[in-house]
Design a protein around this ligand. Structure first.
Ligand code: 2P0
Length: 316
């Protein structure tokens, strides 16, 4: 039920997540139903805090204390229309602890925090599966940001999306580290939503992607179960490169890489060749995210002085 009175509020926090097996391509753009399942790791230190208050007037949206950009505010209002009590507006105060333009999807933590804040506001007390499904309608990757640690977003088979949601995995991995390498913070050429549509519609390699991506999820589930760093890193890196191959082979091409991106990829390869276990993944942007065991942190820091190394799980 979505009834309430002005002044009623709810607030929540959700982490960002990095996909190790990527979501790329929709089979239904209205419901954000994906072409393939995906698997991610959340970063507990980075995310979005959202406070929602019911108001008499039109929606207001602030981002980090300032009026939010129009496109951002409109995207939130469109999503909030699904839950709006008759005649009321929402005041949305959202704060990101995500470094702006670090190539971390703030829409994922943003819509996950928003649906949790709605759950608190309306006192739905919905389970996380249902919240994940609802967050998905706001942004596909948000389905995975309901959870700490690893999450798998099941593609689902149904046309109504009721079987397309994420679940958290029980496994922890205290030695696992994620390194954030920011090579470029300028605005990206094309957003994910349009980029993946364009890829599905015009990339001749795309037909191979959904099957490959499902295999990546299975490989990574086994690697997580066995704490096999090499298997996880190798699969994540291959998955990201294959996704970028489909982007590059799209018309017009979607090339997120800069010269610095390529340089960073070579640096990772050189580190590995000299015995340091480290792998990379990349999203819809030029920046690298590194996977490594904590024992490789010092060597990685030497080659990437600006890297920010985070522990996704409580360390021993
Ligand atoms: C991912 N990305 O799995 C992939 C990898 C970017 C590259 O999910 O249109 O912002 O809102 O459902 O979730 C980014 O896409 O797209 C994304 P919409 P979303 O993390």
């Amino acid at each position: 039920h979505c009834t309430g009175t002005p002044g009623q509020h709810g607030e929540a926090w959700a982490p960002v997540n990095i996909a190790l097996a990527k979501y790329w391509g929709k089979r239904n753009a209205e419901l954000n139903l994906p072409q393939n399942s995906s698997l991610s790791i959340s970063l507990p230190e980075l995310g979005t805090h959202t406070r929602l208050t019911l108001t008499e007037g039109a929606d207001t949206v602030t981002l980090n204390g300032a009026l939010a950009p129009e496109a951002f505010a409109q995207r939130l209002s469109r999503f909030l229309n699904l839950f709006r009590p008759d005649g009321l507006g929402f005041a949305v105060e959202t704060t990101n602890t995500v470094p702006t333009a670090a190539g971390l999807a703030s829409s994922a933590s943003g819509f996950a925090a928003l649906i949790k804040a709605l759950d608190a506001l309306f006192d739905w007390q919905l389970d996380y599966k249902t919240l994940s499904m609802l967050a998905r309608i706001g942004s596909g990757s948000a389905s995975r940001s309901l959870y700490d640690g690893f999450a798998v977003w099941h593609r689902g088979e149904k046309d109504d999306g009721t079987d397309s949601y994420a679940e958290g995995l029980p496994e922890t991995w205290p030695d696992l580290r994620i390194g954030l390498v920011e090579v470029d913070t300028s605005q990206k050429p094309i957003g994910s939503t349009a980029g993946m549509q364009q890829t599905v519609n015009s990339c001749p390699l795309y037909t191979a992607w959904p099957t490959f991506a499902e295999q990546s999820v299975q490989t990574q589930l086994a690697a997580i179960r066995d704490h096999d760093m090499e298997k996880l890193g190798d699969s994540a890196e291959h998955n990201a490169l294959t996704m970028h191959a489909t982007m590059i082979a799209t018309r017009p091409t979607i090339l997120y890489w800069t010269p610095e991106t390529v340089q960073a990829i070579h640096t990772v390869q050189q580190l590995r060749a000299s015995g340091t276990p480290v792998w990379f993944t990349m999203d819809a942007g030029p920046n690298l995210k590194l996977l490594l065991p904590h024992t490789a942190a010092a060597a990685v820091q030497t080659s990437f002085p600006e890297v920010r190394i985070l522990a996704p799980f409580a360390t021993a």
